[in-house]
Design a protein around this ligand. Structure first.
Ligand code: ZN
Length: 323
């Protein structure tokens, strides 16, 4: 039986309205797709319990956590967060943070694990921003360090937006190296200082992106991490509404394979989280997130998948036979 575990809950869904730019259904769709095609099995999925207030407060202020849970944020705070408050949003935020903590603990024992959510890197200690309520990765890092499970941590943030909350939280903490590779002209307007920021011009392509990443990985691994958190954002995609870059689905999968292979070859456990993705067609966002899990299966478990081109030519052949 596979030692791989994926953390997911049907309650990662929250009622934010069907027209919201945040594709809240993606979590469920990614799970469904991976199960339907046989990339993962139901035995590999674990439903997390909600994170404790105590764990949240390793990063977040008690005031913010309490007021968010009780629905007492101000209108200005809700606007900055960009998501309407609801009980389902509270439940979702507590579960998704726990998913990353659990995935981290699991990865330490089994080299790799994933949360089918998380990577909410714009959240600051005292506020939510940019669709991010709690900074799940920061909370997970603090939990691991408190429990003496990890000391030196590397955050590889490949979401197209800077991991500003994460950079801020760890700015004076030499034990955590924050690496963010993001769009120069993209949100957030005010950027924080990560341990390493790589800013990309609008329209950056697969080749340029992958070359920059390949050169950066040995530099960030010089931190000698014992644990890695990978934010595999789907939003550097060429057809993303908020992305401004020009990466293809294949380019993004190559990115995932590159990061995961690097972690494996350096024998450092890696936790994958989803982060953002706002493709015009939600199926593209789902496919890109699914590719991250397929990449985990390829790199760590030797599972092979047909490439998109193989699938197309295969179905054409079958079609040909039918006529
Ligand atoms: Zn993003």
């Amino acid at each position: 039986m596979s030692s791989y575990k994926i953390f997911y809950s049907p309650y990662y869904y929250a009622d934010i309205g069907e027209t919201h730019v945040f594709p809240i259904r993606k979590f469920e769709l990614v799970r469904d797709k991976l199960l339907a095609e046989g990339t993962i099995t139901t035995e590999e999925i674990i439903e997390p319990e909600p994170v404790s207030i105590e764990d949240l407060c390793l990063v977040h202020t008690k005031d913010y956590v309490t007021r968010f849970i009780e629905g007492k944020l101000s209108e200005k705070e809700i606007r900055r967060l960009g998501l309407p408050w609801s009980k389902s949003l509270v439940r979702r935020s507590l579960l998704a943070t726990s998913g990353t903590i659990n995935a981290a603990k699991h990865a330490l024992k089994n080299n790799v694990s994933s949360n089918l959510a998380g990577g909410t890197h714009h959240a600051y200690p005292d506020r939510g921003e940019g669709f991010c309520v709690f900074n799940d990765v920061a909370v997970a890092i603090k939990v691991l360090q408190r429990d003496k499970l990890a000391e030196r941590v590397l955050v590889i943030d490949c979401d197209v937006h800077q991991g500003d909350g994460t950079a801020f939280i760890f700015k004076d903490d030499a034990s955590v190296f924050t690496f963010s590779m993001h769009g120069l002209k993209n949100y957030p307007l005010h950027k924080e200082k990560s341990s390493l920021d790589i800013e990309l011009e609008d329209g950056t392509t697969d080749d340029e992106y992958l070359q920059i990443l390949e050169q950066a990985l040995p530099r960030v691994f010089a931190h000698s991490p014992d644990t890695i958190f990978y934010l595999a954002g789907a939003d550097p995609y060429e057809k993303d509404k908020l992305g401004r870059l020009k990466l293809t689905k294949q380019g993004l999968k190559t990115r995932d394979l590159m990061v995961l292979t690097f972690a494996k070859e350096n024998h450092v456990p890696v936790v994958t989280t989803m982060s953002g993705g706002y493709a015009i067609d939600i199926n593209d966002t789902v496919e890109i997130h699914a590719n991250t899990i397929r990449a985990v299966k390829e790199v760590f478990f030797g599972q092979k998948f047909h490439s998109l081109t193989t699938e197309i030519s295969h179905s054409e052949t079958q079609l040909g036979k039918g006529v």
